[in-house]
Design a protein around this ligand. Structure first.
Ligand SMILES: Nc1nc2c(c(CN[C@H]3C=C[C@H](O)[C@@H]3O)cn2[C@@H]2O[C@H](COP(=O)(O)O)[C@@H](O)[C@H]2O)c(=O)[nH]1
Length: 313
């Protein structure tokens, strides 16, 4: 079984056992219908990754370096209520434009909290750990891939599953898995989003060409479950609902946290299947981007998302 099959199988297992989170099939069908008519009404436009002004995209290896650093840091912004993903993207984009060598492997090994602060003109939550994660990818790239992100990506031979496996093998900070009822469960959110971002930035060509890109699942973060819960598609039981509503922390590795993430993966797989059955041929990652974008657009109107302190999402 490859890394992506593991994610789907193990998250499906959690969904079958879940007691804190359930799915309302009726709401799911209803929302899919409205997504489909909206998508078609808007001319079946797919997300253009490069069109986001908070992304750096020049079609060269520089973009791959930007994406690797972006997705090494792409987690847990909520402890800073002013911090959002686009601040991360913008900060890194300005940095690579200021100094094109900022994300070279030898430089990543030397990143300190002061350097990180200079990139964003602000503190990032858990800054020391974010630096360690950058130092790690710099060292591993230098040790095993001559410091080259391009060489690293090309070693996956255009397989998304292989690249997710390589990312989690060489970059320990991407090993987003846990144990639920004595079984190991895999999410690999930042490893998968790294592949998805490459595919988006390079428009499915060159360093973004993957012959199995449709095998990626959605990226189990805290924004997509938030919108699925607000739509009544995902339903939290009373105990979990009280905690989330009152912004209480959900402990990392708890059954509650794992069930929220796993059911989110399963729901987006189901949504993708319904879309495809209705000739809306979106990938799971594109359904994810649509849901994430929809969540971002209504941030101030959504009920609270679950709050887990983690380095994985
Ligand atoms: N599932 C999913 N989670 C995503 C993204 C993205 C960035 N995606 C861009 C890339 C390609 C597209 O063009 C998107 O624009 C960030 N996140 C996660 O959200 C959380 C931050 O949220 P907030 O605090 O509101 O900024 C945090 O866990 C972060 O890791 C996504 O696409 N899918």
């Amino acid at each position: 079984m490859n890394a992506l099959e593991l994610i789907r199988e193990t998250t499906e297992y959690v969904s079958s056992q879940a007691k804190y989170v359930s799915v309302c099939e009726e709401a799911l069908e209803k929302e899919c219908k409205s997504f489909i008519s909206e998508f078609i009404a808007k001319g079946s436009k797919r997300e253009d990754w490069s069109a986001n002004d908070f992304h750096y995209s020049d079609g060269t290896e520089q973009t791959a370096k930007f994406i690797l650093v972006l997705d090494t840091l792409n987690f847990c912004f909520w402890p800073d209520s002013e911090l959002e993903y686009h601040h991360l993207g913008n900060g890194l984009k300005q940095q690579i434009l200021r100094d094109p060598h900022s994300f070279d492997a030898d430089r990543l090994q030397l990143v300190t909290t002061d350097i990180l602060h200079s990139w964003f003109q602000r503190e990032l939550p858990n800054a020391k750990e974010r630096c360690r994660l950058l130092n790690e990818i710099g060292l591993q790239l230098q040790t095993y891939f001559n410091g080259s992100v391009k060489e690293f990506i090309e070693s996956a031979k255009q397989s998304a599953a292989t690249l997710v496996d390589l990312v989690t093998r060489y970059f320990w900070g991407f090993r987003d898995s846990c144990v639920y009822k004595n079984r190991q469960i895999f999410f690999y959110k930042r490893a998968q989003i790294f592949v998805g971002d490459l595919w988006g930035a390079f428009k499915g060509e060159g360093l973004g060409k993957f012959n199995d890109i449709e095998k990626l699942t959605m990226f189990a973060d805290y924004r997509v479950p938030q919108i699925l819960e607000s739509l009544g598609i995902m339903v939290y039981n009373e105990e979990l609902s009280e905690l989330v509503k009152n912004k209480k922390e959900i402990v990392v590795g708890s059954e509650m946290e794992i069930e929220i993430r796993a059911v989110t993966v399963s729901v987006v797989e189901k949504m993708r299947d319904i879309f495809n059955k209705n000739n809306v041929n979106l990938l799971a990652l594109e359904v994810d981007w649509m849901l994430w974008g929809r969540g971002e657009a209504m941030l101030d109107r959504l009920p609270p998302h679950h709050r887990t302190r983690t380095i994985f999402y």
